[in-house]
Design a protein around this ligand. Structure first.
Ligand code: BJW
Length: 234
């Protein structure tokens, strides 16, 4: 069981060029949440939702988007403390994995897989998907949806996350605004389980007062510093 649980949000990937959701120039400035991040929005206009995720997938796969020093620092922490580090990310990008982290749980899904509602398979997806796409697993046309967790849906692997939080010694939240539950509630659960809690964020999140320690600054600066401090302590 991992002793350090790290929750990451959009802020850790911001310096890799991926927009966050709630900043003034964020993704929700251009799109209504109800239209692109709810099952009802997908049912009403699947083409629009596919286009929204296709654009994000294309950007993620472009040469400009690479893991940054914060992703790499978390991979370094895991390498130094094998089996002790669990990253639970709300992000659907694959930058933690590309940086070298292996114990990563995507609670809000992944951009590089699609979910077939006909056969329930998760299928690797590197190109665009549309309303006429065919599931490579079962051959059904029009059955693919983004493999992401929208509002009103249950995040993936809540049992796994709860098990990890129950046993952790340190809980860190990096680059997440504390707007979205259940992730925003993990700090209270970890505190109740006796963990030291730390927030690393460019700005104070909505839930910053619930953390024992707050480190403010860009993730590429504060995360490597925090990892150095942890490793100096062991
Ligand atoms: C930097 C930085 C830099 C910038 N360095 N930092 C009323 C009360 C409480 C809850 C509810 C309620 N009504 C409904 C709910 C539940 C609802 C919810 O939370 N709603 C709230 C909006 C009120 N939640 C749900 O519906 C969830 N499901 C659920 O609760 O099921 C019930 C259940 C749970 C558990 C067990 C059993 C049952 C599902 C939530 C799904 C969220 N989906 C999305 C989109 C899908 C993926 C995608 O398209 O990418 O996930 S929404 C969006 O928000 C996305 C993100 O993962 C998520 C969180 O955003 P995040 O990462 O925090 O980003 P931002 O933009 O908000 O913040 C960025 C942060 O980075 C900021 O703090 C910056 O300061 C910082 N930053 N640059 C360091 N360089």
């Amino acid at each position: 069981m991992a002793r350090i649980v790290i929750l990451t949000g959009a802020g850790i990937s911001a310096e890799s060029g991926i927009r966050t959701f709630r900043a003034v120039d964020g993704l929700w400035e251009e799109h209504r949440v109800e239209d692109v991040a709810t099952p009802e929005g997908f049912a009403a206009d699947p083409g629009l939702v596919h286009r929204f995720y296709n654009a994000r997938r294309r950007q993620l796969l472009s040469a400009e988007v690479q893991p940054n020093a914060a992703h790499r620092a978390l991979a370094r922490l895991e390498a130094a403390l094998p089996g002790e580090v669990f990253v639970v990310t709300q992000n659907i990008d694959d930058l933690h994995e590309r940086a070298g982290s292996t114990n990563v749980h995507h609670m809000h899904g992944r951009l590089l897989t699609s979910w077939c509602r006909a056969c329930d398979a998760r299928v690797p997806t590197m190109g665009d998907v549309g309303v006429d796409s065919v599931c490579p697993q079962c051959g059904v046309r029009g059955s693919l949806r983004p493999d992401v967790v929208w509002f009103g849906e249950i995040p993936y692997g809540m049992d796994v996350i709860e098990r990890e939080l129950r046993d952790c010694r340190i809980f860190a939240a990096i680059g997440t605004s504390g707007n979205v539950y259940p992730a925003a509630g993990f700090v209270q659960f970890a505190t109740a389980m006796g963990a030291h809690t730390v927030e690393l964020n460019l700005e104070a999140s909505l839930t910053h007062s619930l953390f024992r320690e707050v480190r403010q600054g860009p993730a590429t600066v504060v995360v490597p510093e925090w990892v150095d401090d942890i490793l100096a302590d062991v």
